[in-house]
Ligand binder design. Structure first.
Ligand SMILES: Nc1nc2c(c(=O)[nH]1)N[C@H]1C(S)=C(S)[C@@H](COP(=O)(O)OP(=O)(O)OC[C@H]3O[C@@H](n4cnc5c(=O)[nH]c(N)nc54)[C@H](O)[C@@H]3O)O[C@H]1N2
Ligand SMILES: Nc1nc2c(c(=O)[nH]1)N[C@H]1C(S)=C(S)[C@@H](COP(=O)(O)OP(=O)(O)OC[C@H]3O[C@@H](n4cnc5c(=O)[nH]c(N)nc54)[C@H](O)[C@@H]3O)O[C@H]1N2
Ligand code: SF4
Ligand SMILES: [Mo]
Length: 712
């Protein structure tokens, strides 16, 4: 730095009259990068900057979304008062008025339509404390069976698959720091380069150390570019693909017989089921040549260690659970699990995608990954909550099925926290029609989201800078998000909003908490002895160790780096291989004359989910300010479409108009549209509502469509 520059910076520093530093974690993806917001006051103007902070998972790295996260949190569009809809317009009201109205409406709905007529729709972007409390609120304060959350659209198949195969579901079986030392990696339906950018150095290091990377994706992405071999398969063909790979591994005698004998059930049945599966047929279904299938299978089977990572590309399918189980089959058959540098990872999506699926927000679940249908589990949790077991409701229905119940008229009221289903649910036109039928919809959000516009009441919720609590990141590490920035206006923390609603409903004695930490202390006990055991974790321990990997059963326990080293979580300690069929139970949409192309959906780096947050950040919005359709140039030509022109993409259910981006990186039979935009660009108007029978997740990644130049 020159003398002149130094002088300039010194004088700049002197101008800073005040500096506040707020510790937090990124509000976006599952990496949960630790960060600091630096707020400087210069003369009377405030400036803001976000910087990364060192931690074991991301080492201080941030991606572009994290760098700009404060922009939406500080946006003038934040909802700062409760808003009540009066004659179609939102008017600010006091918390007292808002809560009293909620009491009246919820009480009358339950009197008229029954306890189960009220529903709760939660999120995996809230803290563990809030996810836990929302489950308790539904069962104890409302006494409804109907609670589910946005994770049903996200990770339900990964969770179900892991539970069925291993007996337990922590997304990553190994900590991230093992990745650099593995010999082979399969990345199936994941775009980590855009969706979890700060994870990349682990994979780059593996590559530098000589690992062979195989990617499975219908598109070339920044992630597949890293791969040595890219299987550019047809959308929705992953079950056939994994069956083909496993057949080759078995035929080439690359299985680990000792491991199979000692630790696995079901191998013989799987082997038998694959005997009649023809690899020519596999190549035809998947669109991947037999040579490439052999190359992938033999390299993965031969190497001493291997890891498989899956994400929404293979999971958001009506046979997503089967695909997850198929990839796990490969690991079990090759003995690549429970050992150093070998294991499975379902790459979590939302900030608390892992923790929020463990503590009772799911329709069939109680805290600590307990089951609402198991008598002993019910008794244990009822005891902690101070209610009787008989008073706990039973299992409810999944997120999309709740919308169907609303349409049928059996659910008539809803409390929705931290989600935007109008944009994120499939079959969006139906979802809108259904939500409009609700007698009373309460939405807790930071903004007037597309869904909040339909609400009768909006409650102003806090941002990541203002809401302390724990989040469980991609590797299963429980982390403490500090959040000291004062709440703006009348904004309240989500946990406080839940407690306030319980209070007016006459159930305040069950919700006496004064801080997130007090809730966590109860969660610890509620999870004790469960599969997701957090009992040994305290806020102090999280601060001292920068996070703890669960399970952590007692205070002297250091947390669990690697799962399944000596046994799996099923009762007899063995893992279960699964016979899976490439003919799904729920038929997939296949291209027809009328709708000849596959549509798949996903993400871009600068936008996050339904875009409510990132579209309010000037720096991020500027990068991608509108949706698009990625399309092969030959396909564009065939349908008389120009590059960068407006295109109508249409399915049986609706249509969107988006701009074409011609690229030979995508298959000729497939188009790709991201789902971050609303209204005429909301791609979920096109997507089918078929659900995976095992986990009730919609097949968001596969729709049959046609394309044409937009008229205007
Ligand atoms: N920038 C950004 N990052 C995010 C998010 C975001 O919205 N934006 N969201 C977060 C959340 S909640 C989640 S769940 C994760 C999602 O993370 P990912 O699952 O990695 O993201 P997607 O783009 O949905 O899908 C991944 C890839 O699957 C491919 N794919 C589509 N169909 C198929 C198929 O049939 N088979 C195979 N093998 N692949 C297919 C797509 O081409 C895409 O490249 O990202 C998290 N991180
Ligand atoms: N076609 C298609 N559809 C998809 C997907 C896909 O790949 N393709 N992916 C699916 C996936 S993986 C997911 S995770 C879902 C996500 O779907 P959603 O949950 O609907 O998406 P978000 O945009 O995260 O919505 C969060 C809302 O909560 C608000 N919010 C943010 N933080 C807070 C907070 O701390 N408290 C409160 N009260 N509110 C807050 C935001 O302003 C926003 O309105 O979408 C799914 N839908
Ligand atoms: S979006 Fe994900 S990778 Fe990017 S800074 Fe936030 S947590 Fe980290
Ligand atoms: Mo997600």
């Amino acid at each position: 730095m020159t003398e002149l520059m130094l002088k300039y910076f010194r004088s700049k520093q002197q101008e800073v009259q005040k500096e506040e530093v707020y510790d937090s974690q990124c509000p976006f993806c599952s990496m949960q990068c630790k960060m600091q917001l630096i707020e400087q006051t210069v003369v009377s103007r405030k400036t803001y900057k976000t910087i990364g902070k060192d931690n074991p998972t991301t080492g201080g790295r941030l991606c572009i979304k994290g760098n700009n996260a404060h922009q939406h949190a500080l946006s003038s569009e934040r909802v700062k008062h409760p808003l009540m809809k009066v004659d179609g317009e939102f008017v600010p009201v006091s918390w007292r008025e808002a809560l009293e109205r909620i009491r009246q409406e919820f009480t009358s709905i339950q009197q008229e339509d029954g306890l189960d007529a009220l529903s709760v729709y939660g999120s995996a972007s809230v803290t563990n404390e809030e996810a836990y409390l929302l489950g308790k609120f539904a069962r104890v304060a409302l006494r409804t069976r109907h609670i589910d959350y946005n994770g049903r659209l996200c990770m339900a198949s990964a969770a179900t698959g892991a539970n069925q195969s291993f007996g337990m579901d922590r997304g990553f079986t190994n900590s991230l720091d093992e990745i650099p030392y593995t010999r082979t990696i399969i990345l199936a339906g994941t775009n980590i380069a855009e969706c979890q950018p700060t994870i990349l150095p682990y994979f780059e290091e593996a590559k530098d150390n000589g690992a062979y990377i195989i990617a499975v994706d219908p598109r070339e992405t920044a992630t597949t570019e890293m791969a040595d071999l890219h299987l550019k398969n047809k959308p929705g063909s992953d079950v056939a693909l994994v069956n083909g790979l496993l057949k080759i591994i078995i035929e080439e005698r690359l299985t680990d017989e000792t491991f199979i004998k000692e630790r696995v059930h079901g191998f013989e049945e799987v082997k038998e089921s694959l005997a009649s599966f023809d690899l020519e047929e596999c190549a035809q279904i998947t669109g991947v040549s037999k040579e490439q299938l052999y190359q992938a299978a033999v390299i993965f089977g031969q190497e001493a260690t291997g890891m498989i990572f899956t994400a929404r590309g293979i999971e958001q399918q009506t046979d997503g659970t089967a695909a997850v189980r198929g990839y796990i089959n490969i690991l079990l058959a090759t003995g690549n699990i429970g050992r150093p540098y070998s294991g499975y990872g379902a790459i979590t999506g939302q900030g608390n995608g892992q923790g929020a699926r463990e503590h009772g927000q799911k329709a069939d679940q109680l805290p600590g990954y307990r089951s609402i249908e198991n008598k002993a589990d019910r008794e244990y949790i009822a005891g902690i909550w101070g209610v009787s077991e008989e008073d706990l409701p039973g299992k409810g229905v999944s997120a999309y099925e709740m919308v169907e119940r609303i349409d049928e008229g059996t659910i008539t009221g809803m409390f929705l926290m931290c989600s935007n289903p109008l944009i994120s649910q499939p079959n969006a036109n139906f979802v809108e029609k259904a939500l409009k039928k609700l007698k009373f919809l309460v939405v807790a959000d930071m903004f007037v989201s597309e869904t909040a516009k339909l609400a009768d009441m909006i409650l102003p919720a806090s941002s990541y800078l203002e809401d302390q609590g724990t989040m469980t990141n991609v590797e299963g590490r429980v982390t403490l998000r500090e959040a000291k920035r004062p709440l703006p206006g009348e904004v309240r923390n989500d946990w406080q909003i839940i407690c306030d609603m319980a209070e007016v409903l006459g159930k305040g004695k069950y919700f006496p908490y004064r801080s997130a930490e007090e809730i966590f202390e109860e969660l610890r006990i509620a999870s004790r002895g469960g599969k997701a055991d957090y009992y040994g974790i305290t806020y102090q321990k999280l601060r001292e160790n920068s996070g703890v990997l669960w399970p952590c059963p007692d205070e002297s326990h250091k947390g669990t780096q690697r799962l399944f080293e000596s046994s799996f979580a099923h009762l007899d300690g063995k893992a279960e291989m699964a016979v899976i069929s490439h003919v799904p139970e729920v038929p997939k949409e296949t291209p027809t004359d009328e709708f000849p192309l596959f549509l798949t959906t996903g993400r871009v780096m600068s936008q996050y989910l339904t875009g409510e947050q990132t579209r309010r950040s000037a720096s991020l919005a500027a990068r991608d300010f509108e949706s698009f359709v990625e399309i092969h140039p030959d396909t564009a030509k065939k349908y008389q479409l120009k590059d960068r022109a407006l295109v109508r993409v249409q399915s049986k259910r609706g249509s969107v108009v988006v701009r074409s981006r011609c690229s030979d990186k995508i298959r000729k039979d497939t188009v790709f549209v991201p789902f971050h935009w609303t209204q005429t660009q909301n791609v979920n108007q096109l997507v089918a509502n078929d659900l995976d029978p095992a986990c009730r997740m919609p097949g968001l990644k596969l729709t049959a469509v046609n394309i044409s130049p937009a008229q205007d």
